[in-house]
Design a binder for this molecule. Structure first.
Ligand code: PLP
Length: 380
């Protein structure tokens, strides 16, 4: 029997795919078009020439940490928080910080669509893990009520923007529920930073910076580089995070990536129009697909899914549009459950309106050409 993963690998090697000239890439998290920006590249190269390509060890011995510290200060200013610690990736940030915040008999409560790295961090913490159905505030309130015993810590963890559907977490309600029960909230804003709140993220978008104790971010999406970070208000948490496994048992972010991130932040701050372009493209993409009768689910952000609920259909649609030069993320098992299969499109400031229109027409045509796809999409 051929598994979906094997089908996916086969599709990626197929001659049609290999021969296609790629014209529009809608699979990348490069929201602001910075991944290949000459200023960001030059900053990385300058730091490589000075420090080399690697950091040489964990933070206590790594070279070029001055740049990492500078990035931490810069991110703190950008996010409006007192303390930021930079990690090797968003994944490392989540698995490092959650075990600092909860342990043992504490409880961590996660939205079921939270990113795997949050779920892994929760498991590693050893705390009791509860989950609530995606964005279901009644279920969250019930879980918090059940968990809050006045003796143990309760931590609610949610993504700011959900990576599968591009919808925004109802943070004001989450904070209300948490505050009523003395619980803390942690937001993984990997997809919100650089995108919402004029770039400052989902928490800033809702005016909740002071009320959310910890945020996690990544440099691999809107900043176009690689790296992660954690924002905090408490020196005590920062001290404990310094002893977390990603900080003590993993090689630190190399200085050239910190240098690239600093240059990316310069561009983001100097060119706020990139954020406007991103949103104009997002609306063009979402409106175009919706007008063609395609189910884009609850998307509210530049992540725009094409909901298919059938892995074979998602693979086939992804292959057909790729053959015509449009690349989408294909989300099939094991990344998602079979009934959640979909294509994931991500608009970027780097796309032109003509590219978005081309992609919409290719996706609409290909959907129609697959027997029943449009009907199926319209029905669900
Ligand atoms: C919501 C969320 N959190 C964390 C991560 C991990 O970030 P990184 O790629 O920097 O490890 C991702 C990336 O896929 C993500 O989407």
């Amino acid at each position: 029997m051929t598994t979906e993963r094997q089908v996916s690998r086969k599709a990626a090697r197929s001659p049609i795919v290999a021969a296609a000239a790629v014209t529009v890439d809608l699979s990348s998290n490069d929201y602001l078009g910075l991944r290949n920006d000459p200023r960001v590249r030059a900053a990385a190269i300058r730091a490589i020439e000075r420090y080399g390509v690697g950091s040489g060890g964990a933070r206590d011995v790594a070279v070029g940490m001055g740049l990492v510290h500078e990035l931490e200060q810069r991110l703190a200013l950008y996010k409006g928080v007192p303390i930021v610690r930079v990690t090797q990736s968003g994944y490392a940030a989540n698995i490092g910080i959650i075990p600092v915040l909860v342990a043992g008999d504490d409880v961590v409560i996660l939205d079921r669509q939270s990113h795997r790295s949050s779920a892994d961090g929760a498991t590693l913490s050893g705390a009791r893990v509860l989950t609530y159905p995606h964005a279901d505030m009644a279920a969250l309130a019930e879980a918090v009520h059940f968990a809050a015993d006045g003796k143990h810590r309760v931590l609610i963890v949610t993504d700011g923007v959900f990576g599968m559907s591009g919808d925004i977490a109802p943070l004001p309600r989450i904070v209300e529920i948490a505050e009523a029960a003395g619980a803390e909230v942690m937001v993984d804003d990997a997809h919100g930073s650089g995108v919402l709140g004029h770039g400052r993220g989902t928490v800033a978008h809702f005016g909740l910076v002071e009320r959310i104790s910890v945020q996690v971010g990544t440099a691999s999406k809107a900043m176009g580089v690689l790296g992660g970070y954690v924002t905090m208000f408490s020196e005590e948490i920062a001290a404990r995070f310094a002893d977390s496994r990603p900080m003590t048992h993993s090689t630190a972010l190399p200085p050239h990536l910190a240098s690239a991130c600093l240059a990316a932040l310069d561009v983001i701050e100097a060119e706020p129009e990139r954020n406007d372009l991103l949103w104009a493209n997002r609306h063009r993409l979402a409106d175009g697909l919706a007008s063609a009768g395609i189910d884009i689910g609850p998307s509210q952000t530049p992540i725009v899914p094409v909901i298919l609920r059938d892995p074979a259909l998602a693979l086939e649609l992804g292959r057909r549009i790729r053959a015509r030069g449009v690349i989408a993320g294909i989300l099939v098992p094991p990344k998602v459950a079979p009934h959640e299969a979909r294509l994931r499109l991500i608009a970027s400031a780097a796309h032109s309106p003509a590219e978005i229109d081309f992609a919409v027409s290719v996706i609409a045509d290909a959907s129609r050409s697959i027997d029943g796809t449009a009907d199926r999409s319209a029905r669900v």
